[in-house]
Write a protein that binds this ligand. Structure first.
Ligand code: ADP
Ligand code: MG
Length: 266
């Protein structure tokens, strides 16, 4: 067999075997290894390592996509100095993801703009990198989906999908009050996740006010009972990061710039 034929066959086989990184790198790696005087097993090892590494990166990318973050955020871009009320040590521990193995939950509580969504996303993004299945919802988005699935008689299937997750992020509890049906469906999600799937909840409301959102006192009690049994609480009580930065931007051009009114959105 001449060299051209064996190259064509090799590349065909590598494609069949789904080894794109080996296919891409085998020639250049051969040159590197011959320069290093590496033996055949070392050459093969380096190619195998390359394929495995690339496979992990692609899998993590797929998990991040499947998580449907509104915006991808990482801990690297979080400025702890801007929000000194946040327990940095706890965040650094949580980002390692061991709480997920123990099916523990995280609650991020604080005013609008204090970085709750950012931190929840960063923790969940790290979980994706660690090989964990994650899904991000706003509470309103989740409730809408639950109501729709119930309408389509797909509710049980949806619950089964949620149960396959390692981590469920529920962002912005408290901005919109729930109907009775919605509160019950939401409770069902928390209840089925209990000691099975970790949940991160972000909220602007202290526990005492959760009844105002969920309606029933009994249901709120039962929900809090499950959610808080194994929980890490991160509290942010500083100034809004958005507001501080927009004030900065508005001050710069002229001295008589108007102050923005305090913003209410999450
Ligand atoms: P919350 O969910 O508490 O309302 P967000 O997480 O949405 O707040 O934060 C609002 C915006 O400000 C986002 O773009 C976020 O990335 C940014 N932000 C908030 N706090 C910080 C921080 N300490 N360091 C860097 N960016 C921050
Ligand atoms: Mg938010």
């Amino acid at each position: 067999m001449n060299a051209a034929t064996s190259t064509v066959l090799l590349e065909h086989h590598l494609k069949q075997l789904k080894l794109p990184s080996v296919l891409r790198e085998y020639a250049s790696m051969a040159a590197v290894c011959s320069k290093d005087r590496a033996d055949y097993p070392t050459y093969l090892l380096r190619l195998a390592e390359r394929e495995l590494l690339d496979r992990e990166v692609r899998a993590a990318e797929r998990r991040v996509k499947a998580a449907r973050f509104p915006v991808v955020k990482t801990l690297d871009s979080f400025d702890f100095k801007a929000q000194p009320s946040i327990n940095q040590e706890l965040v650094r521990e949580l980002v390692r993801g061991e709480y997920i193995d123990r099916n523990e939950n995280v609650l991020l509580i604080g005013n609008s703009g204090t970085g709750k969504t950012h931190l929840a996303t960063a923790l969940a993004f790290a979980a994706c990198q660690q090989g964990r299945r994650v899904r991000f919802f706003t509470v309103t988005g989740l409730v809408t989906q639950l109501l729709e699935r119930r309408e389509d008689r797909q509710l049980e299937r949806f619950h089964k999908q949620l149960e396959r997750l390692h981590l469920l992020v529920l962002d912005e509890l408290g901005y919109v009050p729930c109907s009775k049906a919605a509160a019950e469906l939401f409770f069902e999600v928390i209840s089925r996740a209990y000691e099975r799937t970790s949940v991160i909840v972000t909220t602007n409301l202290p526990f005492e006010q959760w009844t105002e959102v969920l309606g029933s006192e009994r249901l709120t009690g039962a929900l809090l009972d499950r959610l808080t049994h194994h929980i890490h609480i991160l509290e942010a009580n500083g100034e809004s990061y958005r507001l501080k930065h927009s004030k900065g931007r508005l001050r710069r051009p002229t001295s008589n710039a108007t102050e923005p009114s305090s913003n209410q959105e999450g």
